[in-house]
Design a protein. Sequence first.
Length: 220
Amino acid sequence: MYRDYDYYQPPTQFAVFPPVVKNLLILNGLVFLAQLVPTTDRLLIEWFALWPLGLPDFYPGFWPWQLITYSFLHGGFAHLFFNMFALWMFGVPIERAWGSRRFGVYYFVCVVGAGLTQLLVVTLSGAVYPTVGASGGVFGILLAFGMMFPNTPIYLYFLFPIKAKWLVIGYGLLELWAGVTGTQSGVAHFAHLGGMLFGFLLIQYWRGKLPWRPSRRLYW
């Protein structure tokens, strides 16, 4: 049974990264190195980025595996760096608290949920661009951190402290506003929200808060 944490307390001794976070960092890094080769990048985008449904035949089409593989592709070094930094920062304490199996399930549910949300949005809008990036899974992890360690201070730009719960709420509202108004075109705001939504629903299911109950409840 988990205690009712308010603050995340980092381990006092050095320890290696937990396995799921470590392997996600390695895989994303290796795929990005492959993307540095132009011909390989083109093939990866065509087959493994998330493409909308119903595109003309001269565009790459949607395949079910893209709901997971899109999360290992990134649009540039900054895109990769900030996603991986957030995955490390917020993912390590969550994986240590939940265990690797539960954390891995949670991460990929958020990735798939973000992908389904983005697929719906871009298909309805008639867009023809692919979606890439681990942000949907990362936003789901950010939500979990805010729920589990709500009063832990997060330092914006390493200077300004804000409690995790307010950071999560602020990010959610910002993403909703940006998605509705079309601010920052090219950023998958609704995918970020989808990752958070699916993550929230899964946490509520594990905690026994939904009509369908798990065999073993998650407590904290």
